[in-house]
Design a protein around this ligand. Structure first.
Ligand code: CA
Length: 240
């Protein structure tokens, strides 16, 4: 196996059994009130985020357009360009999650924000733990939207590309093996009956041997590990 990442290599050499790359979320804070900007940046860094700041609309838009942030915290009232304008222009090129800081809680502002493409908003003065919680939720939602990957142990299923890898290495599956894995993975934790799998995997006029499902399960186990699909005797199959 080839290591592509220095931190992974370091972790492996230092004896860590399951090295995981450290992913730091990068946040942009666009806020012209110095005290608030500092307080926000400090709180975010305490939470482990990397933080960039901008104190006016032009700088904020420039940063947001030129860096792939995990989220942007965007004040509405800003010098040079206001938050609405930044959001409108940013949405032409990027889907970065944006949390708006609005001064007024009027339904007009809410509608405007959501129409312009804000993902969430917090009304000033806000409660810091609430803002942090909303930010986490925002990042989580956007991650679910943009990745089509299901991870199960060291197996990654890319449901968009219909590809599977194990410990980073591609695994070749037939179309039916893939369909079997994807179906069980999407219903992870549930016992899926043999009948359901037959309905899902085979055409009605498919008159192949009745034990074919077992063959597919057996092949998948050879490729992804014996424990990957559990048999629930008399019930069906399950991915834990
Ligand atoms: Ca402001």
């Amino acid at each position: 196996m080839e290591w592509e990442n220095n931190s992974l290599q370091f972790a492996a050499h230092s004896g860590t059994l399951c090295p995981e790359p450290v992913t730091v979320m990068r946040i942009l804070v666009v806020e012209d009130e110095t005290d608030l900007q500092r307080a926000l940046a400090r709180a975010l860094r305490d939470e482990g985020y990397a933080v960039d700041t901008a104190a006016n609309g032009e700088d904020g838009l420039f940063n947001a357009e030129n860096t792939d942030y995990d989220a942007v915290i965007l004040d509405v009232m800003l010098p040079k360009l206001d938050g609405w304008e930044i959001l409108k222009r940013l949405r032409k090129s990027k889907k970065t999650p944006v949390l708006m800081l609005t001064a007024r809680d009027t339904s007009r502002d809410r509608v405007r924000g959501l129409d312009t493409g804000a993902d969430d908003y917090v009304v000033k003065p806000f409660d810091l733990p609430e803002l942090l919680a909303r930010l986490r939720a925002l990042i989580r939602r956007s991650a679910n939207k943009t990745t089509n990957e299901i991870e199960i142990g060291d197996v990654t299923i890319d449901t968009a590309a219909k590809k599977i890898s194990r410990a980073g290495a591609p695994v070749e599956l037939t179309a039916r093996e893939y369909a079997l894995v994807e179906y069980l993975a999407v219903h992870r934790g549930e016992v899926v009956t043999r009948t359901t799998l037959y309905e899902h995997l085979f055409d009605e006029d498919d008159s192949t041997l009745s034990n074919l499902l077992d063959v597919h399960v057996s092949n998948v186990r050879k490729k992804l590990g014996a424990e990957f699909i559990a048999t629930r005797r008399g019930l069906g199959y399950c991915i834990e």
